[in-house]
Design a protein around this ligand. Structure first.
Ligand code: HEC
Ligand code: HEC
Length: 177
């Protein structure tokens, strides 16, 4: 006799579909100010969801969405998206001049001391390589103005470099893989 077991829906499946509507079915968000979360590190993803819920990081869609999530759902979603491959957005590599300017910022504040070699990140340090350029600029400027208040250390660092350097870093990072 064959026992036919009813397939049980994945408990976070519905949430994942909601996330995919903006973060992309294939991991590539449609809107340029929506970050890639596929392949981002689990610890970092979890902390962001927690911070949106706490209110130390604010965003129109994300604050409302995070309010509805319990801790174990945030953990499961972070694990799920961290397990996906990072998508290739195909953004162009920076020119030598822009890369040199980004490198000067790195020498000044040691970005790669935290974001690690080739800006791949790990744990609670986000990967920046290949993230969307427009989003990178927005997030760095929001740290700089302390609009994004969930990491005062990053705000201090962003205040110590110019907006021009920030734009160069974003262009350089977007062109990495
Ligand atoms: C309506 C569109 C929308 C939906 C739906 C959505 N997001 Fe987002 N998400 C965004 C935008 C826009 C941002 C950037 C907000 C900001 O600048 O703080 C973002 C940011 C994030 C970040 C921060 C990433 C980083 O690099 O700092 C995480 C993590 C995240 N979303 C996870 C999720 C998860 C998990 C879901 C599903 C439960 C979800 N999002 C659903 C639009 C959306
Ligand atoms: C002392 C460690 C440290 C240094 C140095 C540092 N960062 Fe960060 N950075 C972090 C951490 C930790 C976060 C995540 C903060 C959080 O949890 O929101 C972050 C977040 C970011 C983000 C937001 C990523 C996202 O997905 O929203 C960007 C962009 C960024 N850093 C760029 C840089 C650049 C460029 C430099 C050098 C000019 C730099 N950082 C230097 C630790 C650092």
């Amino acid at each position: 006799m064959v026992l036919c077991q009813a397939s049980r829906a994945d408990p976070i499946e519905e949430k994942v579909q909601l996330c995919n509507a903006c973060h992309g079915e294939n991991g590539i968000p449609q809107d340029v100010q929506t970050p890639v979360i596929w392949g981002q590190h689990q610890g970092y993803l979890y902390l962001q969801l927690r911070d949106y819920k706490r209110g130390t990081r604010k965003s129109d869609p994300m604050s409302t969405i995070a309010e509805t999530l319990e801790r174990d759902e945030m953990m499961a979603l972070a694990e799920y998206f961290a397990g996906k491959p990072w998508p290739r957005l195909g953004q162009p590599s920076a020119s030598d001049a822009v890369a040199a300017q980004a490198q000067r910022a790195n020498v000044a504040v040691n970005c790669t001391g935290c974001h690690l070699g080739a800006y791949q990140g790990d744990g609670t340090q986000p990967r920046l390589a290949g993230q969307r350029r427009e989003y990178l600029v927005k997030s760095m400027i929001e740290f700089r103005t302390r609009t994004r208040g969930n990491n005062p250390g990053m705000s201090d660092l962003m205040l110590s470099i110019s907006e021009e350097a920030i734009a160069a870093c974003a262009e350089y990072l977007a062109g990495l893989q």
